[in-house]
Design a protein around this ligand. Sequence first.
Ligand code: GNR
Ligand code: NI
Length: 175
Amino acid sequence: MATLDILHFPDPRLRNKAKPVTQVDDRVRRLIDDMFETMYQAPGIGLAAIQVNTSLRVVTIDISEEKDQPLALVNPEILERDGVEEMSEGCLSVPGIYEKVKRADHIRFRALDRNGEPFEQEAEGLLAVCVQHEIDHLDGKLFVDHLSSLKRQRIRKKLEKEARQAAPAPAGTVI
Ligand code: GNR
Ligand code: NI
């Protein structure tokens, strides 16, 4: 197992639309295992493959307190949405930013599990929010896209500044 690097907004690779998995093989299972390790270490309650620079429709989730309820979703699709709720969201690709987003508060979704078996599940509350947040990632969408363009621009500038400060000075720079 290995932890993977997480891309940060405004990295253009987060805007790719992830491709469906055609076969849930050992390679996909290894990706799932590495994503769980990365997500638990971060720590986060969800992770989409696109955040670790892999353009496949694979998601890991664990909203449990004890971090003992891993949920892997391959090719997830929302079948029904109902109601509206507003929840404060964060994202491992938008570190340190938390903003309220309105989403459906009750969904029914389907996906393949880590053995390639299809299943359907209902979700509400935090799990429903998390599944929608992760499927957005697979479509190249981030939670900041649900905010005003002014807010999104402020967040982009803040993260660009932080990335500049974190990066080593370019070769030849005289300090
Ligand atoms: O860790 C995460 N917490 C979170 C909180 C509220 C709504 C969504 C999330 S998902 C986020 C991890 C992440 O970035 N997944 O893509
Ligand atoms: Ni996210």
